[in-house]
Design a protein around this ligand. Structure first.
Ligand code: NAD
Length: 244
């Protein structure tokens, strides 16, 4: 439960905020069974070097290896369901139309929970992009090898942002606008170590937004937070829903 002395002030901030920015990360989906990078039991990354399967260089070197790794990840994620944390955020967005959600997660669970208008900062594992133009293309996600783009014949890659790649310009702009405009910025289940997503927190703080963190563990931004909810995401969000 959210401790009593945080409840009243946070309820007030939530109710009074004109815009609430929310940044979610892997910790939220961990409660659905999608492992975080730091999870010691992390079967997804075990025996796989991120440089091989999560960089463009790795894809250029061995596109089929990367494609097959994502095929396995897609299969695993297809059986995963949104948890109460995703559901509370979807409901809150209906009640607070100025709640703007940015997610670093690529699993699509916010949308499955019925959340509309989600900014997917790092893409979506179920999408595919042409490796030449970057356009979203429709191909068979379960094919054995990296398929050819139906428009130009170049290889198709999974629709996620890899290490060393830049985020889509429109998404960056939308996200930074939210961080700059919001009165309250809330992070949920993110280590706040991955940039540029983490720099959104700096932008929100520099424009005098109040900041709340939901994470069982402290992060490098905890000392900047007006509220630190040391709870799992679902528990904290269920408590928060009762405040509005
Ligand atoms: P991270 O793995 O760096 O950090 C996860 C954070 O979640 C940690 O700080 C941890 O203390 C916290 N956490 C663990 N259990 C929690 C719970 N029950 N409730 C709330 N918080 C909890 O994740 P990140 O900050 O999102 O950054 C990692 C990158 O990895 C992101 O770019 C993301 O795209 C990618 N990623 C995505 C997924 C996914 O789509 N589900 C999974 C793994 C990694």
């Amino acid at each position: 439960m959210i401790v009593e002395n945080q409840r009243e002030t946070f309820a007030k901030a939530l109710q009074q905020a004109k815009t609430v920015g929310v940044l979610t990360g892997a910790g939220l989906s961990a409660e659905s069974g999608v492992p975080t990078f730091q999870d010691p039991e992390n079967g997804l990354w075990q025996n796989h070097n991120p440089e091989e399967v999560a960089t463009y260089e790795g894809f250029e070197k061995d596109p089929d290896n990367v494609w097959q790794w994502y095929r396995t990840a897609r299969q695993r994620i297809s059986s995963v369901k949104p948890n109460q944390g995703h559901q509370v955020l979807a409901r809150l967005s209906q009640r607070l139309p100025n709640l703007k959600l940015i997610t670093q997660n690529i699993d699509g669970l916010h949308q499955t929970a019925g959340h509309e208008g989600v900014i997917e900062f790092h893409g979506n594992i179920n999408e595919n992009w042409c490796s030449r133009s970057g356009a979203t293309v429709s191909v068979d996600n379960m094919s054995d090898q990296a398929p050819a783009c139906p428009n130009c014949g170049h290889l198709v890659r999974p629709g996620v942002v890899w290490y060393g790649e830049t985020i889509n310009k429109d998404l960056i702009e939308q996200s930074f606008d939210i961080a700059k405009e919001c009165d309250l910025f809330v992070t949920v289940g993110t280590s706040s170590m991955v940039s540029p997503a983490a720099t959104l927190i700096y932008h929100a703080l520099s424009e005098n937004a109040q900041f709340a963190e939901i994470n069982p563990q402290p992060t490098i931004f905890s000392h900047k937070a007006s509220w630190t909810f040391r709870l799992g995401a679902s528990q904290a969000l269920r408590d928060i829903e009762k405040l509005v």
